[in-house]
Design a protein around this ligand. Sequence first.
Ligand code: ZN
Length: 177
Amino acid sequence: MTSPDSDLSNTSTKLKDVSLASQQLLERKKFQCVFQELKKRVEFGRTEEAASNQHKSDAIDDKLEQRSERQAELQKSHDTVLRDSEKKTSIKTPKVILDVENLPPCPCRTQCPECRQYIMTETFSSISSVTWLLCFITAGIGCMAGCCLLPFCIDQFKSITHRCPKCRTLITTIKRL
Ligand SMILES: [Zn+2]
């Protein structure tokens, strides 16, 4: 038979055990809480890191876009400069006109049909039948006070003759009207 004393001590031991167990559980719970908190913080850090990484990649994207824009601008200006320089070189080296019958009314580069050399032609204007015709027309209208002589002073009413500066050959004559 068990005495009440031993019963009491038994109960008190059990109570102690229970309280110890509950204390342990509390400790465990606390630890769990701390662990959770730590975990949360770590995760938060990670998300923050991810966010900052995202931000960085966004910044890089922006920079890339700016670079591509700048590149397009540079390409454009480069093309413009290239075109300009092409224009300039075309001005510096005028086209050689080989068809002597279609020379413009100004000095131009061509091949002399006589000496076969590539030359810059000399031009001079000369009185043509058109000049005389205009003279008679102005005289007929009534401009007798010297107005009929005007066509002789205006190069547009005269013929233009191209001459080779080396062999002095007359290459062609451009008649007006
Ligand atoms: Zn010549």
